[in-house]
Design a protein around this ligand. Sequence first.
Ligand code: R2B
Ligand code: URA
Length: 318
Amino acid sequence: MSHDVADGRGPGAHNPHLADLGVDTLYHLGLDTTCDLQQRFADTKFVLLGGSATRMHKTATLVAGRLGVALPTGGPVDLIAGDRYSLYKVGPVVCANHGMGMPSISILLHELAKLFHHAGADDPCYIRIGTSGGLGLVAGSVVVTSACLDGALDPCYTYHVLGKTVSMPAVFHEPLCRELVAEGTLQLGPVVFEGKTMSAVCFYNGQARLDGAWCDHTNADKQAFMKEAHSRGVRNIEMESLYLAAFAQRLGIRAACVCVTLINRLEGDQVDATEEMLSKWVERPIELVTEYVAKSLATSEATGAAPTSERRKRKHVE
Ligand code: R2B
Ligand code: URA
């Protein structure tokens, strides 16, 4: 599916009401349009997103080392926001943590898309680096999302506005996903898979777990649902990619999701691997995506081409 937005405008924030604002306050980022957003963010090419602030600090530090970016602060990374979300700018790469769940990532995505719109950034590409529960995969596998489904296994993000139900298709950028699978396979070999991701609105009941504070389904119900999801191509379950895909599709943004699995949900519910194993696994998508970004930036610098090989033709951006 094309990632040019339906109204023919280019990628990024598309809201005519923004023009009526004297100053646009990006409240949760601690930034507004009186800050010199253009000077700070116009060169952004990649936006790396992950749930935990600690993991995104680690990602930013790794990206800084890989790109050889020296920061004016002298520290490894440059903390911009801070309270609700942590945001780092490492050369042309922004790294931010989105917290847990779709309400949390939605706020960050709206404010980031407006930030890049105000800054005049040229079509940055968004990649979520996350954790998940796998379906039929050994823990530590890495899944590049081919399609996103909600908890009813529908490929749409559904929400309510003005008392009405709105459903948005959730589609990632296919060429970007393919490139990430290729890079992952090169780096990590057979632990990398392409598959559908189910995004749930809850870690416990919404992911069919039996170990929440309450549970109204049986183990047999759970097994039947997991098998059905697996037979429809679902390979992992997490809590944000559906919103990212719907948001990106709506605004014509190139986006993708790369998650490691911490457990095989066909076998259990509790995430009880050792700290050592968890931190080894969590590094996999971070390293994969950092390498992809570094190679992509190097190629575009060398050739003057866009950072991904199959970039769409840009149209008018308001
Ligand atoms: C993966 O892990 C978190 C829950 O533990 C959630 O943010 C997600 O998508
Ligand atoms: N994150 C999730 O959302 N689910 C899991 O099972 C593991 C991590």
